[in-house]
Design a protein around this ligand. Structure first.
Ligand code: FHN
Length: 452
């Protein structure tokens, strides 16, 4: 066991990576996708991810038929966007939800403004979740919002246009290996399949579903909307050949389209972490996706909302490890983003209005674990800038940095005209700061320093 631990500890060094004290691994371009295998060069992937790496913060939207009654069906609690599976609702019954789906309050410009006011730079909408219902105009499959609802509008089209107007990038989520409307979409041990309408799991042929539904719909999504990201989910039983074929199809149609790791089989441009933040970041581009309460889709009884403090701390923690934060909202069946979601996002946006420079376009911390908060970094021509996001404000008016750094200038990001006094001591540097924290959630101290 001891030898295994030693190997694990030194494994990144074997990768010629720099392991920092806080566990972040500076792998540089060469190992950006250490665990992802791609037939494209790291430079091509880095170029495709350029705007995405600057953006750092996006809005995830889980919206579909399950939202009609807040993930309830005939008075029964379906608990989440998995309602159809949780309640084993037959397709013939579930389809009836579409007959009444008419989100009269939906306003794409308003949704995009909520994201923009939150400081989010991109948006990813569920174009087809596990229930198999397409939230876009899908000529290849009538089970879609334009053909099968009385609403007869296309939210993917409207959000694409609204994002373009307001300067956000727009992407689509697509459930790849789970589709409870298709008789051939099987899953690992059948545990996430529709075995109530299609009980003979062993007779299902994923490749038929792949040819019949996945490839035509991915082609429609790209040629009709030109999304900046295709965010695949749950690849389940897709083969390496199919994942590779899908990536080729996408990049033949649009070489700039970013594809996440859940295209399957270790392919994709970046890694996904769900509901958690890796302790030491990831040795490649990565993104944490997270709910604001307990469910991805609108669950009308779930009021377990995260605080604005925790959301800002998560955003900064993720940025300090070189990752992106994709934070989810679940709009109602009428097309309304729940007010508590809007309120929380507004508070995050207010913090970013003042301190966004410490997040957007930054790279991971060069230091070990910091008891008082997190650090993000930008590299300049002749100097570097460190953004110290202080979550726990020292009571003695001194911020002690226990690492060697040559400070050229120190200030609060919220008051850059006023220089802060610094003095070198035995264990590093002490910065004289106000007794009261200027921002209760997190105050950013900006340090311009000699190259580290
Ligand atoms: O089962 C889905 C779930 O509903 C949700 O879409 C999340 C978002 O990343 N993905 C799957 C669970 O891993």
């Amino acid at each position: 066991m001891k030898y295994v631990l030693i190997i694990l500890l030194f494994f990144p060094l074997w990768l010629n990576a720099q392991v920092n004290l806080d566990g972040t691994i500076d792998t540089g371009d060469k190992f950006a996708n250490a665990k992802l295998e791609s037939n494209e060069s790291p430079e091509v992937i880095a170029k495709r991810l350029e705007w995405w790496s600057e953006a750092r913060f996006g809005m995830f939207i889980h919206w579909g038929l399950y939202a009609q009654d807040g993930c309830f069906w005939k008075g029964k609690d379906g608990r989440s966007e998995h309602m159809m599976r949780n309640l084993q609702i037959p397709i013939s019954d579930y389809e009836k939800i579409a007959d009444e789906f008419k989100p009269t309050c939906f306003n794409a410009d308003e949704w995009v403004k909520v994201a923009k006011d939150a400081g989010m730079k991109y948006m990813v909408l569920t174009s087809k979740h596990h229930d198999g219902f397409a939230m876009f105009n899908s000529p290849s499959n009538n089970y879609n919002i334009l053909t099968s609802t009385p609403w007869k509008r296309d939210p993917v089209k409207e959000l694409t246009e609204a994002c373009k107007k307001q300067g956000l990038k727009f992407g689509v989520y697509y459930s790849l290996g789970r589709d409870w409307h298709d008789p051939d979409c099987n899953s690992v041990k059948g545990w996430r399949s529709n075995v109530w309408d299609f009980p003979e799991e062993e007779k299902k042929d994923f490749s038929k579903y792949f040819e019949r539904k996945v490839k035509p719909q991915i082609t429609e999504l790209i040629t009709q909307y030109h999304p900046a990201i295709i965010w695949f989910d749950t690849p389940e039983l897709i083969t390496k050949e199919e994942s590779t074929e899908l990536l080729s199809l996408i990049h033949e149609l649009d070489p700039t389209c970013i594809v996440n790791q859940r295209v399957g089989n270790k392919l994709g441009d970046y890694a996904v972490r769900e509901q958690k933040i890796p302790a030491g970041g990831e040795p490649r581009p990565w993104e944490t996706c997270m709910t604001l309460n307990g469910a991805w889709g609108y669950h009308k009884t779930d009021n377990n909302w995260k605080s604005a403090d925790s959301l800002v701390h998560s955003l900064v923690d993720i940025a300090s490890k070189g990752g992106n934060f994709l934070l989810n909202v679940g709009p109602t069946g009428k097309g309304i983003i729940p007010q508590t979601s809007v309120n929380r996002l507004k508070e995050v946006g207010e913090w970013l209005n003042v301190n966004g420079e410490a997040v957007y376009g930054t790279s991971s911390s060069p230091f070990g674990k910091l008891a008082w908060g997190r650090c993000t970094k930008k590299v300049g021509e002749d100097d570097e800038t460190l953004y110290l996001s202080v979550f726990y404000w020292p009571k003695n008016g001194k911020l002690q940095l226990d690492f060697p750094v040559e400070i050229i200038r120190a200030c609060l990001l919220s008051d850059t005209d006023k220089e802060l006094k610094t003095e070198t001591n035995q264990s590093g540097v002490s910065i004289t700061i106000p007794i009261q924290a200027p921002n209760e959630i997190a105050t950013v101290v900006k340090l311009v320093v000699k190259p580290l």
